[in-house]
Design a protein around this ligand. Structure first.
Ligand code: FMN
Length: 382
């Protein structure tokens, strides 16, 4: 195990991240979030009681904000697998209400991540039955056909579906919503010129033109939840079909990408990166979250291989990721320089609900390591 912090006082190191955070309706007791992670344990789209308990355990162990796994919105083509939970319909919402209440009971904030896959078949369950998919131009990746090209009516219906699920979230007492705009799904299929080949008002040669779909959905959600309810937008440069692509090649393009989203109503950006310590643009140490914050002035969430020695995609191949705690100094230094507001923890929390409490108590040897099979084990790790 490559924990290089033996003998170090991690509780003292991480103390600054225990400051509370507030943005509109989102009031968190500290800066730690659970990252959204799909589990595929919701038969028929209904999160089971074990799912509520799974989220409760992370909140009980000191995670201030729980961002849920991607959950489908109120339209049939939202996801491509039958075990992804849906944020619509009486039974599915009752499953979510249990989770919301359980997390609130532990003092945690609850944020559902609203997900529409666009033209992407499900990588984990490619044979699951699902409604015909839709996408901006019939592509899920540069040379990968996926979904039928969306009509204006499809676009309006999809925006309405996001707004309907957003309204459910507010009514049910959620603290914010997160729109999954990252990793090559519907919003990202519109952002990326390789998958958005439209010549109407939803397409165009520059990134600003290709934000029109996202801006429309955000504005509809804003109408549905009102001014005081926090809307988080997750974005990434990397996509499942291309880890190296850059939608924004420099800060100016980043500004063009973000400005329409802010005008439409985003309060917080969640900048998804595979390794949080990697600089986003040449000649400056800031990561994507740091740049998004600098360019937008909005609070940001950073993420990516915190407490891990391998990144997410390496893990999809094989092997065990062991805890790597020495980069936590860098994380705290970034926070103290004002480069991010919240930090999301993914695999470490999937493997071990008590990760934060254990490392702060110096119980490094007790940590449960993550391996690729962890995600497939149904709530085995609590
Ligand atoms: C099993 C698994 C499922 C994931 N599902 C989602 C998801 O539903 N939505 C999303 O935005 N990201 C998803 N991610 C990405 C994580 O939110 C996070 O960005 C990534 O794991 C990097 O953080 P980490 O290195 O701390 O794990 C998933 C990651 C894992 C490991």
């Amino acid at each position: 195990m490559s924990a290089n912090n033996h003998g170090r006082d991690l509780a003292a190191l991480l103390e600054p991240l225990h400051q509370p955070f507030a943005c509109k309706s989102l009031r968190a007791s500290n800066r730690f979030c659970m990252a959204p992670m799909s589990r595929y344990f919701a038969p028929g789209g209904v999160l089971p009681p074990e799912g509520a308990e799974y989220y409760r355990r992370r909140a009980a162990a000191g995670i201030g904000t729980i961002i849920t796994e991607g959950t489908g919105v109120a339209i049939d083509h939202t996801v491509a697998a039958t075990t992804v939970p849906i944020f619509d319909g009486e039974e599915a919402l009752a499953g979510w209400q249990r989770a919301i209440d359980a997390v609130h009971g532990e003092g945690g904030a609850f944020v559902p991540q609203l997900w529409h896959v666009g033209g992407c078949e499900d990588f984990n369950y490619p044979d699951d039955p699902h409604a015909p998919l839709v996408s901006p131009s019939g592509f899920a990746g540069p040379d990968v056909p996926g979904g039928r090209a969306m009509s204006d009516e499809d676009i309006a219906d999809t925006a309405a579906a996001f707004a309907k699920s957003a309204a459910h979230a507010k009514r049910m007492g959620c603290d914010a919503i997160e729109l999954h705009g990252a990793h090559g799904y519907i919003f990202d299929q519109f952002f990326w010129d390789a998958t958005n080949r439209r010549t109407d008002r939803y397409g165009g040669p520059d990134i600003a033109a290709r934000t029109a779909f996202a801006a429309e959905v955000i504005a509809r959600c804003r109408e549905a939840v009102g001014e005081d309810f926090a809307i988080i937008f997750r974005l990434s440069q990397w996509k499942t079909y291309d880890y190296e692509v850059k939608l924004a090649r420099d800060p100016t393009e980043l500004q063009s990408w973000l400005a329409p989203l802010i005008d439409a109503g985003v309060d917080i950006f969640h900048a998804s990166q595979r390794r949080f310590w990697e600089p986003e643009f040449e000649g400056d140490a800031r990561n994507l979250a740091g740049w998004v914050k600098a360019v937008s002035g909005k609070p940001v969430i950073t993420v990516g291989s915190i407490g891990m020695d391998r990144d997410l995609m390496e893990d999809f191949v094989e092997g065990i990721s062991s805890p790597l705690l020495n980069r936590l100094d860098e994380l705290v230094a970034m926070y103290e320089r004002g480069e991010f507001d919240l930090v999301a923890l993914g695999r470490v929390l999937l493997a071990d609900p008590d990760w934060l409490e254990k490392i702060e108590a110096g119980r490094i040897a007790d940590l449960t390591p993550y391996d690729r099979s962890t995600a497939l084990k149904q709530y085995e790790h609590g």
